[in-house]
Design a protein around this ligand. Sequence first.
Ligand code: ZN
Length: 177
Amino acid sequence: MTLRQIVHLPEPILRKKAKPVTKFDKDLQTLIDDMIETMREAPGVGLAAPQINLPMQLAVVEYAEGEDEELEEGAPEPKKKLYVLINPEIIKVSEEKVMGIEGCLSIPGLVGEVERYEAIQVKALNRHGAPVKIKVDGWMARIFQHEIDHLNGELFTDKAVRVWKPSEEQDEETPLD
Ligand code: ZN
């Protein structure tokens, strides 16, 4: 596997709508594995193809609900869940929205407070091209929305109610991808 280089603003690809994936061949499998490795190495909890300079509707997400909370001694480690999202589409959203602090591997040094749906349902293809429906809520739903935004050329800074450099304030930082 190979680590891919993550591009930063103002790289124009970050502002373009990505194209649907149509070929589920060996090269795609290699790319997906590279993206998973690149996300883990960064480290981040999500990575979208435009962030490695590819205009494809493909994102990987890996997160364990509760992994940012302090664990009691002896408590089992939260289990990480890995998702590969290809040509994803949000088909249902919750009425409830929640605020949270996000960062982005493509916008180093900035975080922002962003309102997201608390829960969503997504229709997508898995890495082999089979259709899947996924329901997520909480922080996982936030990561999904952040990644799907990337596939539409949107960044968290477009939606943030405020953006700041974490070093300037004592706010808690929650880097996303
Ligand atoms: Zn991002």
